[in-house]
Design a binder for this molecule. Structure first.
Ligand SMILES: *Cc1c(COP(=O)(O)O)cnc(C)c1O
Length: 354
């Protein structure tokens, strides 16, 4: 694939690393590629970061045709820049495109776009452990008409944001509200797809939880309002009576790459891991009897996020006295160790850029 590069006139530098936060500052450039039915993907280019100009009738503004991915570029102590399992993101984005009637991207072209872009922006990958250059590939329908149909035109982009450590103030277990009104997804819908609309629809529950002092909601399935699905925008795992359990991928749950990696790491460590339906009643029972030993969310941004407390039907239940558990800590150390190059990559998950 030919990628035309137009360099930014005004070069900026990486801000002070302790002030980065998440997704607030961006690098000097962005990757863009256009799609037109009949013509395919074309005009791959890297241009100075800046505003877009789109038609007021653009599909994405009215009908929400949008999908995205999230992954990080990591810098090791020796200065190597690398990605973690990028092919998983590339394949998942194509699966999302399939569900949303957006055009797929050739896997090799996608990887080339990512690597060319990250190499150009490598000075923006921060240095300290836990910090990274967050990469956001996304695609949106861009037809210039209000007709409702499969898109004929689309735009694919990658932007990058140097981001601080998720745990700048240490790993503090979070408080979670079990949501019984709003639902995130139903089987047959878009729950298994990384699309912007899922996020728009889940904001209300998140907002309500925040007002009560909880950081995220635990989602239950949309049909029975009974089976546990995800926590906020992360997958969820429990240690119940010595066994690791996580909701099976029923079609309304996002197939997380961190989830998949946790399962592989845990199995290698010798833990029994079950992917199955877990009802909220089972969870509450395990909380009441002390059998729930640990609970955590997992996703690219946080890696793992220990859960210290659940709120359900006006009752609060503590998990592991509100402390991070042993398995959660081991998972965090192993995954971050591999990502930032402190541990050897026995799984073959690292993709070196430069
Ligand atoms: C992105 C995402 C996850 C986590 O996926 P990772 O590949 O581990 O980052 C989990 N749930 C939802 C809803 C997501 O959007």
């Amino acid at each position: 694939m030919e990628i035309k590069i137009t360099k930014a006139q005004n070069k900026t530098t990486l801000p002070e690393e302790s002030t980065l936060g998440f997704g607030k500052v961006f690098t000097d450039h962005m990757f863009i590629m256009d799609y037109e039915m009949g013509k395919g993907w074309h005009n791959a280019r890297i241009v100075p970061f800046g505003y877009l100009s789109i038609h007021p009738a653009s599909t994405v503004l009215h009908y929400g045709s949008e999908i995205f991915e999230g992954l990080k570029a990591y810098r090791t102590e020796s200065g190597e820049i690398r990605l973690f399992r990028p092919m998983e993101n590339i394949r998942r984005m194509n699966a999302s495109a399939d569900r949303m009637c957006l055009p797929k991207i050739d896997e090799n072209d996608f990887l080339e776009a990512l690597t060319t872009f990250v190499e150009l922006e490598k000075d923006f990958v921060p240095h300290s452990f836990g910090t990274s250059l967050y990469l956001r590939p996304y695609m949106f329908g861009n037809d210039e008409t209000l007709g409702v149909h499969t898109v004929h035109k689309a735009t694919f982009m990658i932007i990058a944001s140097p981001s601080g450590s998720y745990y700048a103030e240490g790993i503090n277990p979070v408080k979670i509200l079990i949501e019984s009104e709003d639902v995130r997804a139903v089987k047959g819908g878009t729950g298994a797809v990384k699309c912007g609309g899922n996020y728009a629809a889940s904001n209300r529950a998140g907002e309500k939880a925040a007002q009560k002092g909880y950081s995220q909601v635990l989602w239950l399935d949309g049909v029975h309002r009974k089976y546990i699905e995800e926590v906020g925008a992360m997958n969820v795992m429990f240690k119940i009576n010595g066994e690791i359990v996580t909701p099976e991928l029923t079609g309304s749950i996002l197939p997380g790459i961190t989830r998949k990696s946790c399962i592989e790491v845990l199995k290698k460590m010798g833990y029994k891991v079950s992917e199955r339906l877990i009802s909220v009643d089972e969870l509450i029972e395990a909380l009441k009897t002390g059998k729930l030993e640990e609970a955590w969310g997992c996703g690219t941004a946080a890696v793992v996020s220990p859960i210290g407390r659940f709120y359900y039907n006006d009752v609060e239940y503590d998990v592991n006295n509100g402390q991070i558990g042993e398995v959660t800590q081991k998972l965090y150390d192993t995954l971050t160790g591999i990502q930032w190059g402190k541990l050897s990559d026995d799984f073959g998950w690292i993709y070196k850029i430069c």
